[in-house]
Design a protein around this ligand. Structure first.
Ligand code: GNR
Ligand code: NI
Length: 182
């Protein structure tokens, strides 16, 4: 298992459209496990393959409090959406930024699991919102695209500034200095 690097806005690779998964092999299983590990470590409630520079239609989600409800959606398709929900969203690819987005509150999704078995599920609440957020990633779309041009430009500048601060001031704790005994 290994931690993957999460791409950050405005990295152009986040705009890539993911291709369907066609081969359900051990390598795919390892990619899924690495994505869960990366999502839990971040921490986040969902992760799309696009965010880790893997351009296949693959999503992992766990919205449970107890972090024991792993859900995998491969080649997902929304069959039906209903209701509306406005949620304060965040994104691991847009760190430290949160804003309201309106989406469907309920969706029926058809997808495949890690073995390639097709299933259909009705999702609601944060799970439905998260799936839609992740499916946007697979199409190269980010939640900040729903905000005004002005907000998005401010966000880009803030992230630029945060990245520069991380690069110049060393983010790692200083090496502990042993004070010599008298
Ligand atoms: O961790 C995440 N939280 C979140 C909160 C509200 C709506 C969507 C999300 S998804 C996000 C993780 C992420 O960036 N997935 O792409
Ligand atoms: Ni995201």
């Amino acid at each position: 298992m290994s931690l993957l690097t999460i791409l950050e806005y405005p990295d152009p690779r986040l705009r890539t459209r993911a291709e369907p998964v066609t081969v359900f092999d051990d390598a795919l299983g390892r990619q899924i496990d690495d994505m869960f590990e990366t999502m839990y470590a971040a921490p986040g409630i969902g992760l799309a393959a696009t965010q880790v520079d893997y351009h296949r239609q693959l999503i992992v989600i766990d919205t449970s409090e107890t972090k024991d409800d792993r859900r995998v959606f491969i080649n997902p398709l929304i069959l039906e959406r209903s209701g509306t929900a406005v949620t304060e969203e965040g994104c691991l690819s847009v760190p430290g930024v949160f804003d309201e987005v309106q989406r469907a509150s309920n969706v029926r999704v058809r997808a495949r699991d890690r073995h390639g078995i097709e299933f259909e599920q009705d999702l609601e609440g944060i799970l439905a919102v998260c799936l839609q957020h992740e499916m946007d990633h697979l199409e190269g779309k980010l939640f900040v695209d729903y905000l005004s041009d002005l907000k998005r430009e401010r966000i880009r500048k803030k992230l630029d500034k945060d990245r520069k601060a991380r690069a110049t001031s060393n983010p790692l704790p200083a090496t502990p200095v042993r004070v010599p005994a008298l």
